[in-house]
Design a protein. Sequence first.
Length: 300
Amino acid sequence: MQPPEPSPIIQEFLNYLCFQKRYSSHTVLSYQNDLTSFFEFIFTEYQLKEAKEITTPVIRTWLASLKENKMASKSINRKISTLRSFFKYQLRMKHVEVSPVATITSLKVSQRLPSFIAEDDMHTLLNNDYFEDTFQGHTEYLIIQVLYQLGLRCNELIQLKEKNIDFSSAVIKVLGKGNKERLLPVNNQLLKLIEEYMAEKRKEFNNELPFLLLNKKGSQISPRYVYDVVRKNLGKVSTNERKSPHILRHSFATHLTNNGAHINPVKELLGHSSLASTQIYTHNSIEKLKEVHKQAHPKS
């Protein structure tokens, strides 16, 4: 028996996320995948396809099947979060009278400290001749600088436009998750680098693309391009196994907290909606303090 086409009620919810909540296409796709997987399961196991038919035991059975298939607790928690949002919308639209997710709690996840690149390694990479003196080399250098100095997410970097840069006020406007804007301070060195890059870009290409960063063909950079640039260049100075664009965001936050930055400003710089998301970076600071204490205190 083939599962039915996606329920109109799912599509209605996805439209709500897209057009009212203004979530990114990537986020909406994640919701869609989670809900599709869930509804395929309950149709196969119970021949259910409507929200009002779904009960808490049905959801628990699905979650148990995910656990049996060795899915990580963090991934299962994301799916629980998807169902919470979905049924919250169903309640609002009066499609259901009670949420079957209300009594379901998230799984415990062992907290792993975020990996980051050492400050000395970042200094070595950015202050030596590791980048070619070409437009592509300058693009790669600016990608690393912006990710590290501003703590941007990969997509925020890709979507960064020239009009978002206020040279007179030394700030950059960034469009983050959920289309939330935040203003980030930029030092004069990075502003000068951006200004020089923009001038070079106009000599290289005769197009009207609004994006700050372009590849060697004059097109908007892609996530794969950014990932390859970061992996290649971090590999020149670091033995860290993880070399993704996001590790530069982790490095940005960790280096700030290690050097005395308070958590609330770091939260605003990262664009986190919850302080809990930022607090993980304080653990790295505590580990550093423990190391200093162990080395320096006579009673340690």
